[in-house]
Ligand binder design. Structure first.
Ligand code: ATP
Length: 198
């Protein structure tokens, strides 16, 4: 029973790989979705964040206003560390709970934790192995521009702010090079899957 930590930079193809793995029979946990859920009013993260940053981060309906929170931590390493120090461990716990619940149901195929910040957030203990999606910078810029209309300079700035692929490779057991077609990606995933799918 394998749990795969699936990571990679912006626009590298993590969601695409997750989708292919789900079609092959994996259970996928999307860390972004978990992040959104733990922010909901009444949840532990909501309580801790309102204590740490004040009720000014709340919208009129009591939900956390991500723009206000983002503005508070923008440009402040200390504030960002405080935010991550609250949110990352709570996300870890929540993902861990979901993995255990799925296994308790008797699910034995691979579980995939898709997380851009798997390494940075210290979530490696969640996974038995790390799969890294790597795509050359020009392809990422093109794909993100086509899909989200994001300007090349913004994509480049995001890439520069993230961990480098060279750094990520140190933690990866499987590296998926996603420079080719979607069909080539499917084939590469199929090969990697056949080793772990039981
Ligand atoms: P982010 O972390 O920024 O959300 P991501 O790593 O999840 O991104 P995807 O959303 O899977 O990346 O891929 C980015 C875009 O590139 C999508 O539009 C996707 O359809 C496209 N894409 C991914 N792989 C390929 C490929 N091999 N050929 C063509 N397009 C691709």
């Amino acid at each position: 029973m394998t749990t795969i930590g699936l990571t990679g930079g912006i626009g590298s193809g993590k969601s695409t790989v997750s989708q292919i793995l789900a079609e092959l029979g994996a259970f996928v946990i999307d860390a972004d979705k978990v992040g959104h859920e733990i922010y909901l009013p009444g949840k532990e993260a909501w309580h801790q964040l309102t204590i740490a940053f004040g009720r000014d981060i709340l919208a009129p309906d009591e939900t956390i206003d991500r723009k206000k929170l983002g503005a508070l931590v923008f440009g402040s390493d200390d504030a960002r560390k405080k935010l991550n120090g609250i949110v990352h461990p709570l996300m870890f716990q929540d993902i861990d709970r979901r993995i255990k619940a799925k296994r308790a149901e008797g699910f034995t195929k691979p579980i995939v934790v898709e997380a851009a910040i798997l390494i940075e957030a210290n979530w490696l203990p969640l996974a038995d192995e790390v799969w890294l999606v790597v795509t050359n910078k020009n392809a990422v810029i093109d794909r993100v521009a086509t899909q989200r209309g994001m300007a090349a300079k913004d994509t480049e700035a995001r890439i520069a702010s993230q961990l480098s692929d060279n750094e990520r490779r140190k933690y990866a057991q499987v590296v998926i090079e996603n420079d080719g077609s979607l069909e080539e990606l499917r084939q590469a995933i199929g090969t990697a899957w056949s080793r772990v799918a039981l």
